[in-house]
Design a protein. Sequence first.
Length: 321
Amino acid sequence: MRRIGYLLLIVICGFLIVANPLTDQYMSLALSESISVSKEKDPLLIEIKEQAKTFEVPAQDAVIDKVWKAIPGLNGLKVDVNASYKKMKKDGFFDKEKLVFTEVKPKIHLEDLEPSPIYKGHPEKPMVSLLINVAWGNEYLPKMLETLKKHNVKATFFLEGRWTQNNPDLAKMIVAAGHEIGNHSYTHPDLKVSSDQKTKEEIVKTNEVIEATTEQKVKWFAPPSGSYRDQTVNIAEGQGLLTVMWTVDTIDWQKPSPETIINRVVNKVENGSMVLMHPTESTANALDRMIVGIKDKDLQIGTVTSLLSEERIRSHEKKKK
């Protein structure tokens, strides 16, 4: 009888040990650690870790260049070892085409620099931006918008505040098409000789009109005729705007032939270029072939925000491989 009691006690204790949640946790943890240790010894994982450094690209900080002024930074690339391992595990061998990367931010950003105008994007970023300054030329805007839509291109339109107030429907049409809006002053004055007070009024009033009309918050400022002084840039930054200039000028206000504009732009654009234009008849007629020519140089076209962001163009890097 005593022996039966001992047996029952052993059975009950065994049951309690097995059914105990703490036991489950212990077994699960032990199994997990076992798998982890086994994985760490996997030759494939070891090779991925060893190869990772040869494929990584360091991030590049934003800098102020002596010639081009403020230049945005560019994200670096780091191999995601675990994600890469999962993609290669099935085949069981290292394949650089299956490496998975994450982007690494630079330490110094455009906003960290001293106030300075921006003439171009990062020289290693294969993207171009179209800057369209609007203070007149209403009759040519619809055709330009149609061409941009045809090629699925987004541009940045710098609107004069007075023009926006007088042409709210056109301003809304530009925004509805998915384009970016920038500040081009209110009355198009020469800000190089304007007083600080006048400059601030021009910028503030234009911001207010654009935001009230289009519900878009403005981020970029383009001085009329590219005329500015250091204090102009400081005042713009005080209103939360970075000052944008250009890399390539169509000089379309001189009414050149469309062929002249196309050659002028396509021959000069490169990584990071910002192309200045206006709604003129010449540009409206040149825009279609200009876009094709830019894309034929394996350059993407995006807004100023896209161009000056630190994000890399991963599709382009895959294509190069």
